[in-house]
Design a protein around this ligand. Structure first.
Ligand SMILES: Cc1cc2nc3c(=O)[nH]c(=O)nc-3n(C[C@H](O)[C@H](O)[C@H](O)COP(=O)(O)OP(=O)(O)OC[C@H]3O[C@@H](n4cnc5c(N)ncnc54)[C@H](O)[C@@H]3O)c2cc1C
Length: 498
């Protein structure tokens, strides 16, 4: 992997979902799960649901090309919308609609948004760095993107460093590798050391884009690095993250898993002096751009959390279905709770869609979401899915957490007892009730609660990160001025600009 060209070795042109799954096979990656090296992740029952979820982005592009593909001016051909360089606010709105649909179809994190938002921010940041420093990052970026679109690949976003002591800057950490840094440069490229944490779909990608996780100072220059790394690069180790109830995927039967087909994936990726050829380096030491890069990334990515409204649609449906199966659906408080769930879900949607409609064009030509509305969207997402989940659990009843296992339903003695006593409405099979209870459990306490709840809280930045952005953009002085004018208070010149 000494050249940019050889970085593409083994990555085929992917047309269908099945092609995508095949493209992940036989890569001989150094992957660890439950203490053992995982030779072929693709067929592992814990890994496979996450691949199925990402595969849906390829299937949807074929089933609904208007929603999930777009015309690329770069290669003058239709491309998957997850690789499209947004050319208008309408493109961003279409992206949000696709993300909601993907959430509806999978009920989990389908792992392709962070990569899309990474390529979006790199369009403008590489352009701006070049304008200031006379570098050639933007042309490299465009060449990389053209090949990425031609092959229809998945790009993972490696932004979050382990970060060690949160009160210290990268160069101040006791272990300098707690933030990713450049450890060597030569004529052909540079070498990075460190790790990227919580990487969504890390193992299901073809390239990882490494980039700074926060603002950088002059002393952090070696930490201000952006590069495209193929998953097969030498020196990478992948350690698979556990998810709550993940062992249910190893059991017989598909009921107790809750959502047996689809799941998310997070991986800790360790970079042990990994080489990146210059052609794939998109920032090297321009530390003053790190903060702006993170801010622009979050403008895109915080609106991408609209995907959770697709999961919210599933939650509303699951709550209504279980209420119906329990014979409680006619009660007015049940209908009211479904209304409340829908209201919360659509509130998230409205802030995301508004942020896309209000997108503005940057110097490079790309459009970017309105930052305030994107932050409001993500801040809503840190709260409302929890309330929606609480209401779904309310409607489900306690059986959601006391339901015996599938094996007990199959046992000749206990099975008939359970079928007799766990009956809801008599015209519905007990198995339907079990399936719906397990789905709600899966999304609110189990594997896909990672995607629906905790990712909603911390992904794209913990709640305080949005509050900081809202504080920066809220223009309180202008608002004081509005209020004081109406109140008949004359502006005090001393206060101007405070
Ligand atoms: C499911 C999931 C998927 C994710 N996917 C990706 C991905 O694909 N790519 C990627 O790059 N990242 C990903 N992330 C990472 C995500 O962006 C981080 O979790 C988030 O930025 C918070 O960082 P942290 O987890 O290290 O928590 P911390 O930074 O440790 O935050 C924990 C708490 O401490 C507070 N805190 C942190 N630092 C300070 C400080 N200096 N002063 C005061 N308070 C502080 C925070 O506000 C928060 O309340 C994912 C996370 C999750 C949970």
């Amino acid at each position: 992997m000494r050249t940019a060209t050889s970085s593409w070795d083994g990555i085929p042109v992917i047309k269908t979902g099945d092609d995508y799954v095949e493209s992940l096979r036989g890569r001989d990656l150094d992957v660890y799960l439950f203490g053992d090296r995982l030779v072929e992740p693709v067929d592992h029952p814990i890994v496979r649901p996450s691949i199925n979820a990402l595969k849906m982005s390829y299937d949807l592009a074929i089933a609904d090309p208007e929603l999930a593909t777009a015309h690329s001016d770069l290669i003058d051909a239709p491309v998957n919308r997850f690789l499209h360089i947004v050319g208008s606010p309408a493109d961003l709105v279409a992206k949000n609609k696709m993300q909601r649909r993907m959430g509806q179809l999978t009920g989990t994190c389908f792992q392709r948004c962070a990569g899309l938002d990474t390529i979006s921010v790199l369009h403008s940041i590489t352009y701006d760095i070049d304008a200031k420093h006379g570098t050639h990052y933007h042309a490299r970026y465009l060449r990389f993107m053209a090949e990425a679109q031609r092959r229809n690949i998945v790009i993972g976003a490696g932004m979050t460093d382990p970060k060690g002591d949160r009160s210290k800057r990268p160069h101040e950490q006791a272990d300098p590798d707690l933030f990713m840094r450049v450890v060597k440069r030569d004529a052909e490229g540079l070498y990075v050391r460190g790790a990227k944490a919580h990487m969504t779909g890390g193992l299901n990608s073809h390239f990882i884009c490494v980039m700074p996780t926060m603002n950088m100072t002059k002393d952090d220059t070696d930490y201000a690095v952006v590069g495209m790394v193929p998953l097969t690069a030498e020196g990478l180790t992948y350690i698979y993250g556990r998810q709550s109830c993940d062992m249910r995927a190893m059991e017989d039967g598909d009921i107790d898993a809750g959502n047996a087909r689809f799941g998310g994936q997070e991986v800790l990726v360790v970079f042990d002096d990994v080489f990146i050829p210059w052609e794939h380096v998109l920032m090297d030491g321009e530390h003053e751009f790190a903060q702006e890069m993170v801010a622009r990334f979050t403008s895109y990515h915080r609106a991408s959390y609209v995907c959770k409204t697709g999961l919210g649609d599933v939650m509303v449906g699951a709550a209504a279905s279980i209420a119906r199966q329990n014979g409680a659906d006619h009660a007015s408080h049940i209908k009211d709770k479904l209304v409340e769930m829908t209201h919360l879900n659509e509130t998230i949607y409205s802030s995301a869609i508004a942020s896309s409609h209000e997108a503005t064009q940057l110097e490079s030509g790309i459009f970017m979401n309105d930052s305030m509305l994107a932050n409001v969207c993500k801040h809503n997402v840190t709260r409302y899915p929890y309330e929606i989940s609480r209401l779904a659990q309310d409607l489900a009843g306690g059986l959601m957490v006391t339901l015996p296992s599938d094996a007990d339903f199959k046992n000749p003695k206990t099975g008939p007892l359970l079928d007799k006593y766990l009956q809801g409405r008599s015209n519905r099979p007990v198995e339907d009730r079990r399936r719906m209870l397990r789905l709600i459990e899966n999304m609110t306490l189990g594997r896909n609660a990672v995607g629906y709840l905790t990712e909603s809280l911390h992904g794209a930045g913990s709640p305080q990160a949005q509050r900081i952005q809202i504080l920066r953009g809220m223009e309180v002085d202008k608002k004081i001025d509005l209020a004081e004018r109406l109140a008949g208070i004359e502006a005090d010149p001393k206060d101007a600009g405070e």
